[in-house]
Design a protein around this ligand. Structure first.
Ligand code: SF4
Ligand code: FES
Length: 367
C-alpha cells in the first residue's frame, strides 16, 4: 500500500499532523481531552457507524489551505475528513455550544429521565452529555413515545423508551454475528429497534450489543437492578476461553461478581469483543484469573469509590441480616413494585426535582 501523506489540521488552536483521510473526530482524539467532541453513535470498531446523532458537531472556520472559506454550517466531525490547513473549532466555538445544546434537547425529547432506576446510570453517554451540554428544561409539549419492555432472548432486555436510534447495536450484530435478526423498523417518529418476527438474538457474541449501547436501552438481564455501578469495583480478569479472548472487566463487590463486561478504552469503546459464556455464565471469582483493578477515568462517578482492588478484598458489611436477625426471605425487584417508573407518569412536567408529593396519587404510597 502506498504511503498516505500527512496533512496539518488545527483544532481549538492546537495543530497536529494526521494521515490524509482521517476524520476530524479521529484527529481530535489524537489530541485528546476536551478538544475531542462527544460521540453517541460513532464507534471506531464498527464499520459504517456515525452520522446519526449529531452530537459531534464542530465548526470548520477554515476549509483548507487551498480554499480557506469556512464551511457554511456545523458539520458532523465523525463523518468529515480533514483537509490540509483546515481549522476547526470545538470548545472554542459558541455556535458549537449552542448547536450541541439543541442536539441534547432533541435526544431528550423521547428519552425518559429515569436515571434513578436505570442500570446505565453512572456510565451513560447521554447522562454525561446532558450534564455537560444540555439545558435545564425542555420546550417539548407533546406526548412522548412509550413502549413496553421487550425481551431480546434470554439475556438481553430492550427498553425502547430509552433508545436514541444510534444504530450501534445493529452494526454490532451485523458485523460480529452471522445471524442478525434485529434492526431499525419503520422510520421517523415510528422508528424502533425490533427483532425480526420476534426472533431471539441467540448468537454467541450478541451480548456485545449491551456494551455498545450508549444509553440504558439494552441491558444485561443477569445484572438488572442488582447494584449501582459506582458501588462496584471493576477488576481486569481473564480466563482461557475457547470462543473469545477471555479478557474482561469483572464488576465485583467483595469477591462476588455482579457483572462481566468487555474492557473499554478511554473513548468508552470495547477493546476486544467477548462471548456470551464469559459475559453471562461465568459469575464466580473462581472462574477468573484476576489481574488487578481496572483504571477508571477520574472524572467518572465510578472512580469516586477510591477502591483498592485485588484478590482477597474485604466484602462490605451486609447489615440487613444483622438488623433482621436472619437472611431476607424475599428481595423485591424495584421495577415490579415501583409505580414511579410507570410509562404514563411524565417526570418532565414536574417542576424541579421530583418529590414524594408528586406521586400522591400512586396506589403504593400512603395518602
Ligand atoms: S438500542 Fe442502544 S445501541 Fe441500539 S440503536 Fe438504540 S441506543 Fe443505539
Ligand atoms: S458521533 Fe458523529 S453523528 Fe453521532
Amino acid at each position: 500500500m502506498a504511503d498516505v501523506p500527512n496533512i496539518k489540521v488545527t483544532i481549538d488552536n492546537i495543530t497536529i499532523e494526521v494521515p490524509l483521510g482521517t476524520t476530524i473526530l479521529e484527529a481530535a482524539r489524537k489530541i485528546g481531552g476536551d478538544v475531542t467532541p462527544p460521540a453517541m453513535c460513532y464507534y471506531s470498531k464498527l464499520e459504517g457507524s456515525g452520522g446519526k446523532c449529531r452530537t459531534c458537531l464542530v465548526e470548520v472556520s477554515k476549509g483548507s489551505e487551498k480554499d480557506p472559506r469556512p464551511m457554511p454550517k456545523l458539520v458532523a466531525s465523525c463523518r468529515t475528513s480533514v483537509m490540509d490547513g483546515m481549522e476547526v473549532k470545538n470548545i472554542t466555538s459558541e455556535k458549537v455550544k449552542d448547536g450541541r445544546a439543541g442536539v441534547v434537547e432533541f435526544l431528550l425529547i423521547n428519552h425518559p429521565l429515569d436515571c434513578p432506576v436505570c442500570d446505565q446510570a453512572g456510565e451513560c453517554n447521554l447522562q454525561d452529555l446532558g450534564y455537560g451540554h444540555g439545558k435545564a428544561g425542555t420546550r417539548y409539549e407533546f406526548e412522548r413515545r412509550t413502549f413496553e419492555k421487550h425481551d431480546l432472548g434470554p439475556y438481553i432486555q430492550l427498553h425502547m423508551n430509552r433508545c436514541i436510534l444510534c444504530y450501534r447495536c445493529v452494526f454490532t450484530a451485523n458485523q460480529l454475528t452471522d445471524k442478525r435478526c434485529h434492526g431499525v423498523l419503520d422510520r421517523g417518529e415510528h422508528a424502533e429497534i425490533a427483532t425480526f418476527i420476534e426472533k431471539n438474538l441467540d448468537n454467541e457474541f450478541i451480548g456485545n450489543v449491551i456494551d455498545v449501547c450508549p444509553v440504558g436501552a439494552l441491558t444485561d438481564k443477569t445484572f438488572r437492578f442488582k447494584n449501582r455501578v459506582w458501588f462496584l469495583k471493576p477488576m481486569d480478569a481473564h480466563r482461557d476461553c475457547p470462543t473469545c479472548s477471555g479478557k474482561v472487566t469483572l464488576w465485583n463487590r467483595g469477591d462476588e461478581v455482579f457483572r462481566v463486561t468487555a474492557r473499554k478504552d478511554k473513548w468508552g469503546e470495547v477493546e476486544e469483543w467477548i462471548c456470551n459464556e464469559c459475559r453471562f455464565e461465568k459469575k464466580h471469582a473462581s472462574d477468573w484469573v484476576i489481574e488487578g483493578p481496572r483504571k477508571i477515568d477520574r472524572h467518572s462517578v465510578i472512580a469516586q469509590g477510591h477502591y483498592q482492588g485485588g484478590v482477597g478484598t474485604t466484602k462490605p458489611q451486609e447489615t440487613l441480616p444483622e438488623v433482621m436477625g436472619r437472611d431476607p426471605r424475599l428481595l423485591m425487584d424495584i421495577h415490579d413494585v415501583s409505580e414511579v417508573n410507570e410509562p404514563g407518569r411524565d417526570l418532565s412536567k414536574i417542576e424541579g426535582p421530583a418529590h414524594s408529593d408528586d406521586f400522591k396519587e400512586s396506589p403504593i404510597l400512603p395518602k
